[in-house]
Design a protein around this ligand. Structure first.
Ligand code: GLC
Length: 536
């Protein structure tokens, strides 16, 4: 265990600051709110928090439209609040990873205001400007992830600018070296303040095709799929030049790293395994420490992964096989862009999912509220606030509000999140699903997650040991995790039927939290039960 860096042993907890804890009574969470809940996070047993954006922003995409990379939006507090958050987190042994949004700025960022002011402005080329096509329309057929053309016409200078997301999120031009240098300076600004790393937003989208070629039609597109999926994104995503940018970012992290004080780069990388693993770079030219592996969330075509033991096993095996020897694995079940795991698999299987995520090989990222089984908030489509949902009303799951509802701390009004009506409605299930209630219930999901995190922290096999699939009956997925002096078996019953498992050993924990101790083969797994066993 000694040899592993802190980030290899870590469990990361994603805080979506807007929805975690409000302290100033405006219905929106803030940085002092995160500080207030640090004891909770330390007690839960996670090692690092990743904060979604808190920078000054018009909030068109709820902070992923940044108008100043080096400050805090008054909505969330001040730079002094951020510094206090860092100090207080570090005092509790918690690392702090922040969101870096390098692909685009807000259209109100001073860089863009300059860029759009005239064709000869020195910052013109900091963004991607193109002449209209001969018919006056957009320069090519590229589409925005949120629907519509990826190009918006600027009448005052007579050109179109590129935006992979909202028109209010113009894309920076990484073919201009000044842009990369400016973004590296942003990283240094926060590294000097003491952050432990970055989660880099849409890393594979930073560079586009130099020839601006039209993207081909996706032959597998069907009615009901997002409009963005009509094209195969071979010229706007994962261009070879992106890797050079990722390497430069990593070099900046290395400038600020020392043994025990490594600064970490996590990439937001929705890619098939063969292309995903290239974002590790090579030992000589490393890129991200952890290119996010989203394959337990959705497949390469964006369809949700079926909650089926064979499907999950195949994903784990394919990932293990695709990783280069120097690539440290990572797993995630949910985030602020995808439906809640509890809604996807149902309450009984949420415990099985927790055991899976916290016992697979590599770094798990935990989404806030999943430890109490928060479900998608019931938000009627006409009340959706998320621009992705508002622009694609025909796609029921495009609205991301349901997975962003306020954290449910207790059963007081607004769930202890705020004293006033929050920016998104609290899930009405909060009187019975909340942190306080689950803290008082020894068999709650919250206590299962705490137990798993404690076992994981103390186990060389779980933090750094090898993975091997183990034999299991239909409906069960089993695997071993082994270090030189410890062999553990994880057996997960994905069904609502009892199952018999051929294995003997000491039960360290059951997802039902009601048994430990020696068991002889065959072990009876109850419906929806997962067990972690120490093998003799
Ligand atoms: C990433 C973020 C998402 C945001 C988008 C544009 O995918 O996770 O929330 O809308 O980038 O910045």
């Amino acid at each position: 265990m000694q040899d592993l860096a802190w980030w290899q042993r870590a469990v990361v907890y994603q805080v979506y600051p807007r929805s975690f804890q409000d302290t100033n009574g405006d219905g929106v969470g803030d940085l002092p709110g995160v500080v207030r809940r640090l004891d909770y996070l330390a007690d839960l047993g996670v090692d690092a928090i990743w904060l979604s954006p808190f920078y000054p922003s018009p909030q068109e995409d709820f902070g992923y439209d940044v108008s100043d990379y080096c400050d805090v939006d008054p909505l969330f507090g001040t730079l002094a609040d951020f510094d206090r958050l860092l100090t207080e987190a570090h005092a509790r042994g918690l690392r702090v990873i922040i969101d870096l949004v390098p692909n685009h700025t807000s259209d109100r960022h001073p860089w863009f205001l300059e860029s759009r002011s005239s064709r000869t402005n020195p910052k013109r080329d900091w963004y991607v400007w193109r002449d209209p096509s001969p018919d006056g329309g957009p320069p090519n057929n590229w589409r925005s992830v949120f629907g519509g053309s990826a190009w918006t016409f600027d009448p005052s200078t007579g050109q179109y600018y590129l935006h992979h997301f909202l028109p209010q999120q113009p894309d920076l031009n990484y073919r201009n070296p000044e842009v990369l240098e400016a973004m590296l300076e942003v990283m240094r600004f926060w590294l000097r303040r003491g952050v432990d790393g970055f989660r880099v937003d849409v890393l594979p989208m930073l560079v586009e095709d130099a020839y601006f070629r039209d993207e081909p039609e996706n032959p597998r597109w069907r009615q009901g799929m997002p409009e963005y999926d009509r094209l195969l994104h071979i010229y706007t995503v994962d261009q070879p030049e992106t890797h050079a940018v990722a390497r430069r970012m990593r070099q900046v992290l290395e400038e600020f790293s020392a043994p025990g004080r490594e600064r970490v780069m996590i990439g937001e990388t929705y890619l098939p395994f063969d292309r995903l693993v290239r974002y590790y770079g090579t030992p000589e030219a490393p890129e991200a420490h952890l290119p996010f592996n989203f394959h337990l969330i959705e497949d390469d075509e964006g369809h949700p992964v079926p909650w089926d033991p064979d499907a999950v096993r195949r994903i784990v095996e394919a990932y293990e096989a695709a990783l280069p020897p120097w690539g440290w694995p990572n797993w995630v079940l949910g985030n602020h862009d995808r439906p809640r795991i509890a809604s996807r698999v149902g309450a009984p299987q949420t415990r099985v999912a927790a055991m899976l995520l916290l016992t697979l090989r590599g770094v798990p990222t935990w989404y806030y509220g999943d430890e109490i089984g928060m479900e998608n908030g019931p938000i009627p489509p006409e009340e959706c606030r998320d621009p992705a949902g508002r622009r694609q009303p025909e796609i029921p799951w495009a609205c991301r509000d349901p997975e962003r509802t306020p954290m449910q701390w207790d059963d007081s009004p607004y769930a202890g999140f705020s004293t006033v009506e929050p920016w998104l409605p609290v899930n009405p299930d909060y009187p019975h699903r909340n942190v306080r209630r689950q803290q008082g219930d020894p068999r709650s999901l919250l206590n299962l997650v705490r137990t798993l995190l404690r076992l994981r922290r103390d186990s060389a096999a779980l933090t750094g040991g090898g993975y091997a699939t183990a034999p299991a009956p239909n409906g069960v997925y089993a695997y071993t995790r082994s270090s030189p002096d410890e062999r553990l078996l994880v057996a997960l019953n994905f069904t609502a039927m009892p199952q018999l498992l051929e294995a003997s050993g000491d039960v360290l924990v059951s997802t039902h939290l009601d048994r430990t101790g020696a068991e002889r083969s065959p072990i009876a797994l109850r419906p929806d039960e997962g067990v972690l066993l120490r093998l003799p």
